[in-house]
Design a protein around this ligand. Structure first.
Ligand code: C5P
Length: 415
């Protein structure tokens, strides 16, 4: 998908003469299907009115930290930063770049930039000598190192009467570069994933449980990788210490297999996923009659009656849309290919990620994994031992390849 359709763009406008061009920037972005919210610095309002940009974007323009001094309300800069898929500052002045590099928060735009979790793209505009000044060059290097993408200014006639580099890129080029940047950085924006992860703990009483050695590292790495590529992710996690902080990840922490099933079903019903990835090591059985409180040793029976847990992945896959790409995991002792092929069918998966505890460095508790992607009897792709993050990237490549051939199943939710 080469357009900006559905992309959420926070457009920052700062006090450069090029601010008049931001009206064209808004029009270009809106014409391409993007949703635009404008934040202006006080300086920008000297060059173009909020009314113009508000009318073109279709939304009120924000420029003050305090919305209504008398009512004591303030502009929620955190919310704005979280709303955007990207913050584009066009034009960005040498002054705002210096503020960004220093981490200052003395106007609304700078506070939005400071609290935002999304990537930032800037289109500098200034006089030639300001642009080539060592301080500006240093600030741009700092911002680049932090991952800010800079749309190079044009060379030509400048407002100062000088000629040289410093003219803000034309709005059409800003739109094209931004589109390309989205395609490269967030190819899966608009798509949705449902992931189960970690172990489950099945209580014997209030302190004892049946569980397994899954840490949740592989599932967390997959959730983060898919979210970085733009996906929204419902992440249903059993007890795990791994963090999955990302604005695209909606995490639900659960304890038991039954809780995991309830949470995963609720997620499936609320948003049809484009992919389901079952990385969870669900306990196969649960104690049939867990006790309340802590049972004393003498109260515990010599043999525990167990009940088989439901197969969460098979159940999700049976209820998921046909177009959803369904991935299961299989942890084998030994070769495991036959078992993986059986699971592929039994659990209605499109692919099973097979790993073997007999491979050195693979499986539970390791930072590395060695996997085979089992698509069917005639297609098994084997990989080297690599970090779980690298395995997550390989899996995300397969998911991306499958999904980019069709549009997302659900329109984006306005959360
Ligand atoms: O049958 P087995 O446990 O080996 O299958 C592993 C795959 O099935 C994993 O993707 C796992 O998340 C999923 N599974 C599940 N619910 C279960 C058992 C396994 O979702 N009760």
């Amino acid at each position: 998908m080469g357009s900006l359709s559905g992309r959420r763009i926070v457009l920052g406008v700062t006090g450069s003469i090029a601010a008049y061009k931001s009206a064209h920037v808004v029009r270009e972005l809106v014409k391409s299907g993007a949703e635009v919210r404008v934040v202006m610095t006080p300086g920008a309002k000297e060059f173009i009115t909020p009314l113009t940009l508000g009318t073109l974007s279709g939304h009120p323009v924000h420029s003050e930290l305090t919305e209504d001094r008398n009512a004591g309300t303030w502009t929620d800069h955190v919310e704005l930063g979280l709303w955007g898929d990207v913050i584009l500052v066009a034009p960005v002045t040498a002054h705002t770049m210096a503020g960004m590099a220093e981490g200052r928060g003395d106007n609304l735009l700078l506070t939005v930039l400071l609290s935002a979790k999304c990537p930032v793209v800037i289109a500098p505009a200034m006089d030639r000598d300001m642009f080539t000044h060592a301080a500006t060059a240093h600030n741009m290097d700092t911002l680049r190192e932090r991952g800010v993408h800079i749309i190079d200014p044009d060379t030509g006639e400048l407002a100062s009467g000088l000629s040289g580099k410093g003219r803000m890129a034309e709005p059409e080029r800003i739109r094209t570069e931004l589109t390309q940047w989205f395609t490269d950085r967030m190819p899966l924006l608009g798509y949705h994933a449902l992931i189960t992860s970690g172990p489950t703990h099945e209580p014997i009483d209030a302190v004892r449980f049946i569980g397994n050695r899954s840490s949740g590292r592989q599932g967390s790495a997959i959730a983060l990788e898919l979210a970085r590529r733009g996906m929204s992710v419902d992440f249903i996690s059993g007890p795990s210490a791994f963090q999955t902080d990302h604005p695209g990840i909606r995490r639900v922490d659960v304890g038991t297999a039954l809780e995991m099933q309830d949470a995963a079903r609720a997620a499936l019903e609320s948003t049809p996923p484009d992919t389901i990835v079952g990385t969870a090591a669900v306990a196969d059985f649960r104690p049939s009659s867990p006790r309340e409180g802590k049972a004393s040793k003498s109260e515990l029976p010599d043999q525990l009656a167990l009940t088989r847990n439901p197969d969460i992945l098979a159940d999700l896959n049976a209820h998921a849309p046909t177009a959803c790409f369904k991935v299961g995991f299989a942890l084998a002792h030994g070769d495991g290919k036959e078992a993986a092929l059986r699971k592929l069918k039994a659990k209605l998966c499109d692919m099973v990620v097979l790993n073997s505890i007999t491979d050195k460095g693979a499986g539970f508790g390791h930072t590395t994994n060695r996997v085979d992607f089992v698509h069917g009897p005639d297609r098994i792709d084997s990989f080297e031992l690599k970090t779980k993050e690298a395995v997550a990237a390989d899996l995300a490549d397969v998911i991306q390849h499958r999904l980019s051939a069709r549009p997302p199943l659900a329109p984006r939710q306005d959360d």
